[in-house]
Unconditional design. Structure first.
Length: 131
């Protein structure tokens, strides 16, 4: 369970941005289809998260092919990337530039052909909290 007072949680009901994707709400989360390699879907956080104030980004998903999870700033610039994810991922922010502000989390297909994923949640946890 996410402690809402210690985490910023993305609203998965928002209309995501990106390219080469479709989404559909399901009982278990958001069903994502990425149409080919390097296509991505982006979910905005409800507020910018300055890296110095946060320790971990959690992305709860299950995918049938490897996906990259990208942490992006408000201009779409890449702050950090984690490759080869098919299952839930925790991205530690300890080595990331503390002045950067995370605004959006992107999920990108790494393999040719269609990638299907089920996204359950995205949240950024404040420093000093353990899952």
């Amino acid at each position: 369970t996410v402690n809402a007072s210690r985490a910023i949680v993305a609203d998965l009901k928002q209309t995501p941005t990106g390219y080469g994707f479709t989404t559909a709400a399901t009982e278990g989360g958001i069903a994502i289809t990425l149409t080919d390699q390097y296509q991505e879907v982006r979910y905005a956080l409800p507020q910018k998260c300055t890296v110095a104030e946060f320790q971990t980004v959690y992305v709860a998903l299950v995918a049938d092919h490897n996906c990259a999870i990208k942490l992006l700033d408000a201009d779409g610039g890449q702050i950090e990337i984690s490759y080869n994810n098919k299952d839930n991922k925790a991205i530690e922010l300890g080595s990331v530039d503390k002045t950067k502000e995370i605004a959006t989390i992107a999920i990108m297909s790494q393999e040719k052909g269609t990638t299907k994923a089920l996204l359950e949640s995205i949240h950024v946890e404040k420093a000093g909290v353990s899952q």
